[in-house]
Design a protein around this ligand. Sequence first.
Ligand code: BES
Ligand code: MN
Ligand code: ZN
Length: 490
Amino acid sequence: MAQPLPIQFLAPDLDALSAVTGRIAVLAEPGQPFSPGFRRLDRLTRGALSRAASSEAFAKLKPGEALDLAWPAGLQAEAVQLIRLPKKADVAQARKAGAAAGKAHGAGGTLILAEGHPRAADIAFGLALRAYDFDSHKTGEKKAPGPAILAVTNPEAVARAAAPMAAVAEGVFFTRDLVNEPANVLTTNDFAARLAAMQELGLHVEILEEDQLRKLGMGALLGVGQGSESPSKVVVMEWRGGGKDEAPFALIGKGVVFDTGGISIKPAAGMEEMTMDMGGAGVVAGVMRTLALRKAKANVVGLVGLVENMPDGRAQRPGDVVKSMKGDTIEVINTDAEGRLVLADVLWYAQERFKPSGMINLATLTGAIIIALGYENAGVFSNNDDLCNAFLDAAKAEGEGAWRMPMGEAYDQRLKSRIADMMNVGGREGGAITAAQFLARFVKPEVPWCHLDIAGTTLAKADTTLAPKGATGWGVMALDRLIRERFERS
Ligand code: BES
Ligand code: MN
Ligand code: ZN
């Protein structure tokens, strides 16, 4: 598993700067006094730094953006990275500044001079997140990343502030690794094994196999996986860090390890992206990991439905009718609308077994949400304004795009079936909404619930501020914050 960079926090040693190899990053802001580290580097480079800081190029940068001085005379360093960051930077700007250093971080290591900056811990967090690299399938010589050091005036205090962030970074990396992993590696068995390994962290992990799922009546979930050689599973992860009798909050994830579409098979072009169709389960796993690592004072249970949607002689057919654990029957019009079938049973099981105080499910559920919101926002659907607004606030604070979508009776009507209680599709128009209505049929009205359609936000087509192209880990930070702010206030 990709581990976040260990970051050291040290008091600045200005006399040693001339001998530092690797990269040096330093903060500056036009109109604000230069830091002692900046002034020292400026003297060593005979004014190159202050010339750069007063250049038009630097003035054009936004907070958190940077320019590079390569192989500067007077230093041993590979480069000095001049990062624009005001003292009054907000969290997002500070993370972006750290990410600028993280993106360039290599084998030579990086020293960031962040003396006296009030958001030094956020800079470290941005550095760690952006330095992520999924290279486990690249052969050939690999250079381990060098040391990452943050020079700060109060190293102990910054290290203390950064410790919970390191737990979040590790959760985000866990999610990204799961999402980036190809489907021949991350089978349902392999996925479940990786989750079971989290028992070491103090999570209670339980794997429900097909015979148990059959006994529970999970016909909707089992129908999706019946064309695959990989067995379907439900994995339950429990973190009990809160009050003994406090009902847990439930996180539920769609874990389709590969979605061919089944007999309603997808076109070949782009099908390889469907290795990410377990993204919802990936986020649930990442959040559970973070909660355990930082010993969260909350009761949270994570449940994921792990299946593979394959065409096969035993595969489910369009037109099949399956019976859900709830007891409702579903006419499977399109075998490619499989995520909702999986979630229907896991949502019901979560409510029956855990009587949760609320629940949030995550799923790469529909292409339609990408048509509606693009790649910048996840769709948020909810039966409860309070929970929904709390989630939206948490997502905003973490810079993770989320936008509430409508629901309503008229959309629900589109799921009517001629021969069963419902169909699994409601037509092309508003497809993300009818998918949400389908899920809502498996949510008890008294349970506060949000559905997050993360089809657009799970995988980035190009580098983002905090991640390289590929899996983003979207949602881990927002959900961790939501849990912290909603359940750990004491
Ligand atoms: N996993 C897909 C949704 C998806 C599409 C995720 C693009 C990420 C990127 C889902 O299972 C699916 O196939 N949905 C269908 C539903 C349709 C058949 C009603 C879709 O969106 O086309
Ligand atoms: Mn599908
Ligand atoms: Zn799918």
